[in-house]
Design a protein around this ligand. Structure first.
Ligand code: HEC
Ligand code: HEC
Length: 426
């Protein structure tokens, strides 16, 4: 059996029967058929001058009001460009005491996020229906490009907190790489502060796009898919649960099939869903009972505010390196993968585990205003129409198997992942 060709987005791929793989011990791990797994993008021999400059900017803490905060402070290269600690939201601002409102996402594997669209249709499919919004940067898709995005943290009062674009440009002009900046963007670049500020964004975009550290594809998963390693029996069971539309159904949103031309899977389809993650009291903004982070419909983006069906929807996160993180979901409500998996399994079968009581009554989906709680996904397994007291759709063994599979998504397993297969598939 071959897992290549004719793969439709969201379609279930049947796997070898696992009937013969007992949970504790047994026959050696099964081999997955090799499929095409093409390293993409190709790793450049060296960074372009723009990207090399962007790398310096990314690590430059002098570009913040505090003098102590760089992009890398929140997007730590040692943590797959995710948060360096377990805080739900990071502290920034001039005194490094101002909390943000959302958890820091990883910057790995986000480079090829498609442009935001209000109406997504599966490409090449005749009978595709409107899949709703997809793409765009940030958890609400509010920013169209990486170069535009880079300007936001520089000016955000809770982050690098510069008071104007000109202030940032001035720092670059006086800084260590001012001459390189002129060489790359032109001798007169500092004469126009807006243009210079945009160029900072272009340099950061080039770094994030070119540098292989943003998309290394060195996980065990990549090794297995390119025929260079084997899953253990437990990882294989996890992989099957992940892909089984009636069980985990994870791959429906965390898409794990190769992209065009055999490009490695990104583990996100860049679409949006409302999962009903419980409110997080650790976010200071949440002390105001009237404050709600509703993702697509606000408070940060306003263009979809009237489309109340979108209230509570956030962009799918990539699951690559997820087992290395200690902050999960847009509001950082969970701190272990095990908690996240139990939430997926028991959100609706044991809601008392997740949601608070008010006046003796359980408030399900408490991080959304009551009028929008119907937006919470109850149609896609593992959430399909479950009610309190029913058995959880994923049991303890399933959860351990899924976790084992997700640990194969950590980079750093082998530098030859994704390279030519050492042995051919049968
Ligand atoms: C104080 C912490 C902090 C700093 C400093 C910071 N970021 Fe972020 N970054 C975040 C948070 C939080 C988000 C998610 C915000 C949202 O979704 O609204 C984010 C989102 C992003 C995204 C979007 C990722 C995606 O998947 O859509 C990119 C790209 C990014 N940051 C790049 C940068 C760059 C470049 C810098 C430096 C100029 C930087 N960040 C500095 C906290 C930070
Ligand atoms: C209907 C689409 C959908 C399905 C099905 C789904 N997810 Fe998710 N997943 C999302 C979205 C959307 C987010 C981000 C939500 C947020 O930030 O509030 C997410 C986030 C996550 C995260 C947190 C990642 C991070 O870095 O914060 C994990 C872990 C995760 N999903 C695992 C799974 C697993 C395991 C399954 C299967 C049991 C699964 N998901 C099924 C849509 C889905």
């Amino acid at each position: 059996m071959l897992l290549v060709g004719g793969v439709v987005a969201g379609a279930f791929i049947s796997l070898p029967s696992l009937a013969d793989t007992p949970r504790v011990s047994g026959p050696p791990p099964m081999q997955l058929p090799t499929r095409r797994w093409v390293r993409y993008p190709a790793v450049p021999a060296q960074l372009s001058p723009q990207a090399a400059l962007g790398k310096q900017i990314f690590f430059d803490a002098t570009l913040s009001a505090s003098g102590k905060m760089a992009c890398a402070s929140c997007h730590s290269p040692e943590h797959a460009y995710g948060p360096p600690n377990g805080l739900a939201v990071q502290l920034g601002g001039p005194d490094l005491k101002r909390p943000g409102t959302r958890a820091v996402p990883t910057l790995r594997y986000m480079t090829f996020t498609p442009e935001f669209t209000r109406h997504y249709y599966f490409p090449g499919s005749e009978d595709t229906e409107d899949e709703g919004p997809a793409g765009g940067f940030m958890r609400d898709g509010s920013i169209a490009s990486l170069h535009e995005q880079a300007g936001h943290p520089m000016l955000d009062p809770n982050e690098m907190a510069n008071t104007s674009r000109a202030v940032v440009v001035d720092k670059v002009q006086r800084g260590a790489y001012a001459n390189t900046f002129r060489q790359v963007f032109g001798a007169q670049i500092f004469a126009d502060a807006d243009k210079a500020f945009d160029s900072i964004g272009m340099a950061l975009q080039a770094f994030e796009t070119e540098d292989a550290s943003f998309h290394p594809y060195t996980s065990k998963f990549d090794s297995v898919m390119s025929g260079n390693a084997l899953f253990t029996a437990q990882e294989l069971r996890g992989y099957q649960l992940f892909n089984n539309p009636l069980k985990g159904n994870c791959a429906k949103c965390h898409f794990d099939q190769p992209g065009p031309g055999g490009r490695p899977a990104q583990f996100s389809d860049f679409q949006y869903a409302a999962l009903g993650v419980p409110r997080n009291a650790d976010i200071p903004a949440n002390r105001n009972p009237k404050y709600y982070d509703m993702g697509l419909c606000g408070p940060y983006r306003h263009d979809l505010a009237d489309e109340t069906d979108f209230c509570g929807l956030f962009k799918d996160a990539t699951l690559r390196n997820v087992a290395t993180r200690s902050v999960f979901f847009h509001n950082g409500r969970f701190h272990t993968l095990d908690e996240v998996l139990h939430f997926y399994a028991e959100r609706d079968t044991a809601p008392q585990k997740w949601y608070p009581k008010k006046n003796g009554k359980l408030v399900r989906y408490d991080d959304l205003p009551p009028k929008y709680r119907d937006n919470i996904d109850r149609l896609d397994p593992p959430f399909l129409n479950h009610n309190p007291g029913e058995p959880a759709p994923l049991n303890e063994a399933d959860i351990q198997d899924l976790a084992a599979f997700m640990r194969t998504l950590n980079d750093g397993y082998s530098s030859t992942s994704g390279g030519p297969a050492l042995h051919e598939a049968h």
